[in-house]
Write a protein that binds this ligand. Structure first.
Ligand SMILES: [Zn+2]
Ligand SMILES: [Zn+2]
Length: 321
């Protein structure tokens, strides 16, 4: 498709296709429901819109694993308010205390809600990859709060940076109140420190942002990603005995969830490599790659594909250096 034609297509049809996939999604966190996806796992599936005043910054999949005597929270959302509201939703199904929190990676939509949990449970341990602890220590949390303050026109006001305090590196098996969690880290993927959390009891896997359902992989912060590493991580997890996959964004489901991200990443990588081998520069191949990926044009964030192609190009170039 020619660029002008594509632009017209995007302008005319994008809002309609986004609407078609999220027909009646309410906008802010409070209106979303906590859904049970397996015996112990409950997920609030977020909207896929970028943080804005209407969503008050909400866009990820805040989740909870209910144990016999407590609650384990995974990625409590993008603001103190969302963390508090997650507790309010959980109170409708259990009166048990929060015994642990996990953060899959440093992108602010996943963990700035820690504050909302720590206000009620000041001693609760917050687990993340050691590298995330270092990056928060270096000041990335403040950058995310500022970014969301701007994007939401102040809706995340009052959110403070409460980082994780227990570092993991992958390979750990944690037993928490009868729930066995296997921690996976397969190297640089969506970031240099992603944790994937397997709930062995339920054959469930929290993928973090290595997999998002119907969203262009690594399109929000492509400068943080290894696209090859993302492919390797998804393949590694598809070899595990998993029945339900919880993506960082979008609906949970079976193997089709990681498989569709994998197919996208492989098609993108193959297309960029093909034109690289023909001697094309990133800007020269952009429209051709977009044409090759035409079947994905209704995925969320497809309008960011140009930026994504730049980063894939750099990776392919480095590999051939
Ligand atoms: Zn992310
Ligand atoms: Zn995210």
């Amino acid at each position: 498709m020619k660029p002008i034609k594509y632009l017209v297509f995007a302008l005319v049809f994008m809002p309609m296709t986004i609407f078609a996939h999220e027909p009646q999604l309410p906008l802010d966190f409070e209106q979303h429901t906590l859904e049970q996806v397996s015996q112990h796992i409950h997920v609030v599936h977020g909207t896929q819109s970028l943080p804005n005043p209407q969503t008050r910054g909400f866009m990820n999949n805040p989740s909870a694993i209910l144990t016999h005597g407590g609650i384990i929270i995974v990625d409590p959302g993008s603001s103190a308010e969302i963390g508090r509201q997650l507790l309010t939703k959980l109170r409708k199904i259990t009166d048990k205390p929060v015994i642990a929190v996990f953060n899959t990676h440093v992108h602010g939509d996943h963990w700035l809600g820690n504050q909302g949990i720590r206000e009620t449970y000041p001693e609760v341990p917050i687990y993340a990859h050691t590298r995330m602890l270092e990056r928060v220590e270096a000041g990335e949390g403040g950058t995310w709060v500022q970014l969301f303050m701007g994007m939401t026109e102040g809706a995340v006001e009052g959110t403070r940076v409460i980082g994780p305090n227990i570092g993991l590196s992958g390979g750990e098996v944690l037993s928490l109140d009868g729930i066995t969690l296997k921690i996976h880290h397969t190297g640089h993927a969506h970031t240099d420190h992603d944790l994937m959390i397997e709930v062995v009891n339920d054959k469930g896997l929290f993928f973090g942002d290595i997999v998002s359902s119907r969203r262009v992989p690594n399109s929000d912060v492509p400068q943080d990603a290894s696209f090859k590493g993302s492919i390797a991580a998804i393949k590694a997890m598809l070899d595990e005995d998993i029945a339900v996959y919880i993506p960082g964004h979008g609906r949970s489901g079976g193997r089709e969830v990681p498989e569709s991200s994998l197919l996208f990443l492989e098609a993108l990588n193959a297309s960029v490599t093909h034109y690289f081998n023909q001697g094309l520069q990133s800007y020269e191949m952009k429209d051709k790659v977009i044409d090759d990926l035409a079947e994905y044009q209704d995925w969320n964030n497809f309008n960011e594909i140009g930026r994504v192609i730049n980063f894939v190009f750099q990776e392919v170039e480095q590999d051939n250096f």
